[in-house]
Design a protein around this ligand. Structure first.
Ligand code: MLC
Ligand code: AMP
Length: 495
């Protein structure tokens, strides 16, 4: 019986340590056994979940992997939820994905219990799961749907990006080859596990390779830096904000501490930055501090990783390199011409086995996002001396903050529910730490007043922290063009 590729790979290194944690090391053999048992418990006597969606709210660690693999081995579609999501955000994802059940770690039970009750969803606590007699697991074709990741964009609410097992395999294999993943690798995992950066680039590439993951519930700077000083890692992957924060921390600590950490970074075989533009100045500062040349790459939920600086060769600050193995990429000009030369900007379009299947139950949106079989990323780039450089995005309504993609429209729709707000316009403004920070210009209802702190505390139950505006401007009117449409570039100048 053929098995899912990631499971078959795990059997090849079953005695290696998969997850290293304070509570004890866990081997691949344990992941294989526990995920099979968990799959049986999800099946509850059925033969196959037949692509039923199973959502889960579990922090990084052994349980996260066993739940994800268990869902896959039972024939389900994995829908990872954000640990920092608010109640309304969780409810939206559970409803939109038509999840049939939710798996949580005990610590997160309270966060979802009431929602599950209201929506009539079965709630399973992974900590309480007791293996029963394992049942036969279904054979899963790799063309079947495997995962739905929610991503914000030019629609008000996030869309579910569906990938098949074959898509995921392609997204992993290209990175394992290009960045020479090895079974001896050790990597910290502190990025959120509802996005590709954490799920594919860090967790799945490591597990595919028989490497060891050291999980953190979120980015705990002091703990991570102290492990770096211990030489705990060979590979490190983070978003630019994390490099900015680490530079600030290293520069403000005592010289003797700094030396230990810098030496730990210097000895790693690979350090990668991605998910947002890495300013050339940060790239250079990092090299000056640690001697490491960061490898910058470019990717997207819908396509996995597409462009990368070379593992061996010239890693150029400000550039994202060349297409990864198996990725076909072209630039299309505003006039609809395929660009063949250097120096002319165009939209990045991507084709190949790593490109997603569809937006969940949105066939028109899926169709509109492809052109002649190429996925339209909405990102602009230019080829310069053989390397691609990202120039920005076509839509002003997409903001990248701390590596998270945010929709200005989604934030505006929420803020419009505030009783004092008559009109509002959300924009991203340049920020040294966050890349972009969320800023909002608001026109108030008559007689109302609003201050930053009042707005922020009102937002806390409704929006994840990183979506909450950092800047507020109260305006008499929003700048509009001759057609009466709000002009966002003009709004941005208000901050
Ligand atoms: C948090 N804060 C922000 C903020 N996020 N302020 C402005 N903008 C933001 N985006 C504030 C909080 O309100 C709080 O303020 C303080 O910062 C600390 O909050 P925190 O949540 O504890 O922050 P921290 O843990 O430091 O988080 C920073 C981070 C995190 C960079 C570690 O944002 C992160 O994990 N980002 C990674 C996202 C990611 O993986 N993206 C990949 C998507 S996939 P106060 O006042 O309360 O102290 C993709 C494809 C690809 O993009 O190519 O990879
Ligand atoms: P997401 O939808 O969260 O997967 O975010 C994908 C988006 O992140 C891309 O469409 C780009 O806009 C942005 N992105 C990813 N990597 C880079 C990079 N190296 N430089 C600039 N932007 C990037």
């Amino acid at each position: 019986m053929s098995e899912l590729p990631i499971i078959a790979r795990a059997r090849q290194h079953s005695e290696a340590v998969a997850i290293r944690a304070v509570v004890g090391d866990r081997r691949y053999s344990e992941l294989l056994a526990r995920s099979a048992a968990f799959a049986s418990s999800l099946l509850r006597g059925d033969d196959d979940l037949n692509e039923g969606r199973v959502a889960y709210l579990v922090p990084a660690g052994f349980d996260y992997v066993l739940v994800q693999w268990g869902i896959w081995r039972a024939g389900g579609v994995a829908v990872p939820l954000s640990l920092s999501a608010t109640g309304p955000e969780l409810e939206y994802t559970l409803t939109d994905s038509q999840a049939q059940c939710v798996v949580v770690s005990k610590a997160y039970g309270d966060k979802v219990a009431a929602i599950c009750k209201r929506l009539g969803l079965r709630l399973t606590i992974v900590d309480d799961f007791e293996p029963t007699d394992p049942q036969a697991l279904p054979t899963i074709d790799t063309q079947r749907r495997a995962m739905i990741l929610y991503t914000s964009g030019t629609t008000s609410k996030p869309k579910g990006v569906v990938t098949t097992h074959a898509n995921i395999q392609a997204q992993i294999e290209t990175l394992v080859e290009a960045w020479q993943w090895q079974s001896t690798d050790r990597i910290p995992l502190f990025l959120p596990l509802h996005h590709v950066h954490g799920i594919i680039n860090v967790m799945s590439c490591a597990l595919w390779s028989g490497a060891t993951i050291e999980p953190f519930p979120h980015f705990e700077m002091d703990a991570v830096l102290s492990r770096v000083a211990d030489d705990a890692y060979t590979v490190f992957m983070a978003v630019p904000t994390i490099y900015v924060k680490m530079i600030q921390a290293l520069e403000s600590m005592s010289e003797s501490n700094r030396e230990k950490m810098v030496a730990g970074f210097g000895r790693m075989r690979l350090m990668v930055s991605g998910s947002a533009a890495l300013p050339a100045s940060v790239h250079q500062q990092w090299t000056a501090l640690t001697g490491q040349k960061l490898l910058e790459r470019y990717g997207m939920t819908e396509i996995g990783m597409a462009l990368s600086n070379p593992y061996r060769g010239d890693r150029r600050p400000g550039m994202v390199g060349q297409p990864l193995p198996g990725v076909q990429l072209r630039l299309k000009s505003d006039e609809g011409k395929v660009i063949t030369g250097e120096g002319e900007p165009g939209e990045i379009q991507v084709r190949g086995p790593s490109v997603f299947n569809e937006y969940w139950h949105r066939p028109e949106v899926t169709a509109a996002s492809f052109e002649e079989g190429w996925f339209r990323t909405g990102d602009m780039a230019v080829l310069e001396n053989g390397y691609y450089r990202i120039m920005g995005r076509q839509s002003v309504d997409i903001i990248k903050s701390g590596g998270y993609k945010l929709s200005a429209l989604e934030i505006e729709a929420t803020l419009l529910e505030h009783p004092a707000v008559r009109e509002c316009a959300v924009v991203g403004v340049a920020d040294d730490t966050w890349g972009e920070a969320v800023a909002v210009a608001i026109v108030l209802n008559e007689g109302e007043s609003l201050e930053m702190e009042m707005l922020r505390s009102w937002c806390r139950d409704r929006l994840s922290t990183y979506k909450i505006p950092k800047h507020l401007h109260i305006a008499d009117a929003l700048p509009r063009n001759a057609m009466g449409k709000v002009t966002k570039p003009a709004v941005a100048t208000l901050f």
